[in-house]
Design a protein around this ligand. Structure first.
Ligand code: ACO
Length: 398
């Protein structure tokens, strides 16, 4: 038994909370989650409404401006992002420094750090217009950097943003305009992007837009608290998201479904997930906050079922995933620990149908989440009670 007063004689209270399971690090007006009811709202609006009735850009506007945009506001915002999507030629040449097989998350994080050196003015933001320019610039450029990161990993030429295309269609075009695989090319050399594909990806972006104080957002706020450049804070968030316990889970889910390989083998892997001596975990299951269900997963499952035919989803992988769900949801081990499918369980199958390879799943998460990170960064900066993030420790050494 440790008497904390020995270590902190002058402190009124000391909490020891590994993983911050019950510690609020800030107050916020951005995102509300009720983990026991499976509720998620951005600025008070339920995620179900945003995912089915609004676009990702409207959601970005809502997070940043605290209200949904009117028609004119949306047009201006959309146009601004289209103009800002290009990246500096100097930044483009940076890609040559990375090995061909670099993971796009590594390239993305490093390039976003480098972007800070092209926009030193964002270190001091004096008024609303400054905050707005800083935020829209990173929102617009992230898809371009992500697509370039991917194309670099294949060793194929970059496709510049096209000002005539919407945010999501532009990203899909920069990714897929490549004469290979089963992609169909149009006369201008771009792969044909179907409306249903744009809608599916746009919904995925919306579902990822923010999620209060998750690991990567906590990192972004922590870096913000030291006074570093906002884009460096975003780059740190990207690095934190990469891990497979967080955003990297979406890549691991598909890798795991492929490894399981057939419905007959599902029970064998469920048994492994339950074995305390085996560190195997069912990827895409469990969540720190949702202890009933993840509402984002529910929306994606519905979307997956709706688009099964139109998107030609991989029925074999869907069958394996369906069997995992069926067994896990009626198994005492998973029920007693409140382990339900999370958002990452469903994204992979849809993204695969959009011809997006596994190593781009987490960068897709980054594109959606950038608005949340930057909104949280701004909220932190504007909050007069914000302090440097500097937790204490419980020293147990010599
Ligand atoms: N498969 C098997 N068992 C699991 C799983 C899983 N996916 N997740 C948790 N458990 C078990 C743990 O072994 C532990 O069991 P025990 O009490 O017998 O020791 C219990 O459930 C609690 O697990 P913790 O790791 O303590 O829960 P925590 O809240 O810290 O972790 C996390 C949540 C990281 C999401 C975890 O459930 C996990 O690793 N899931 C798989 C990875 C994943 O899908 N991550 C994406 C999360 S969503 C997102 O970031 C967008």
């Amino acid at each position: 038994v440790v008497d904390f007063r020995t270590f902190f004689p002058d402190t009124g209270m000391f909490t020891y909370d590994p993983g911050y399971t019950s510690t609020a690090s800030c107050s916020s007006t951005i995102t509300f989650i009720d983990g026991s009811k499976g509720e998620l709202r951005y600025r008070g609006i339920p995620i179900e409404t945003l995912a089915t009735e609004h676009s990702y850009l409207e959601t970005c506007y809502l997070l940043l401006n605290e209200h949904l945009p009117g028609k004119e506001e949306l047009l201006d915002f959309d146009l601004e992002l289209r103009h800002r999507a290009y990246i500096h030629e100097g930044l483009r040449t940076l890609f040559n420094a990375f090995p061909d097989n670099a993971h796009p998350m590594a390239t993305l994080s490093a390039t976003v750090t480098a972007l800070a050196s092209f926009h030193k003015e964002h270190l001091t933001l004096d008024n609303e217009a400054d905050f707005h320019t800083m935020a829209s610039r990173i929102l617009a450029k992230i898809p371009t950097i992500a697509a370039f990161s991917y194309r670099h990993s294949l060793g194929i030429p970059f496709i510049q943003p096209n000002i005539e295309l919407s945010f999501t269609e532009n990203f899909l075009t920069m990714m897929r305009a490549y004469p290979g695989g089963k992609m169909k090319l149009t006369a201008n050399g771009h792969s044909e992007i179907k409306e249903v594909e744009v809608r599916a990806l746009d919904t995925i972006f919306t579902l990822h837009a923010d999620h209060e104080q998750n690991a990567s957002t906590t990192v972004v706020r922590g870096v913000a608290s030291t006074g570093a450049h906002p884009y460096v804070a975003i780059a740190s968030g990207i690095s934190a998201l990469w891990g497979r316990a967080h955003g990297g889970a979406n890549e691991s889910v598909i890798a795991q479904l492929e490894m399981i390989g057939s419905v007959d083998r599902v029970e064998e892997f469920i048994a492994r997930a339950k074995d305390p001596n085996d560190d195997f975990r069912l990827m895409g299951f469990g969540h720190r906050v949702y202890k009933n269900f993840d509402p984002r997963a529910k929306i994606l499952k519905t979307l997956q079922d709706e688009l099964k035919e139109e998107l030609d989803l991989d029925s074999h992988l869907m069958e394996i995933a369906g069997r995992i769900e069926e067994i896990a949801l009626s198994d005492e081990y998973f029920i007693s620990r409140n382990l339900y499918p999370n958002i990452d369980f469903y994204t992979g199958i849809i993204l695969t149908a959009l011809q997006i390879p596994k190593n781009m799943f987490t960068p897709i998460f980054v594109i959606g989440r950038t608005v949340g990170w930057i909104t949280q960064w701004i909220e932190f900066k504007k909050d007069p009670t914000s302090k440097i993030a500097r937790p204490r420790q419980l020293y147990v050494g010599k």
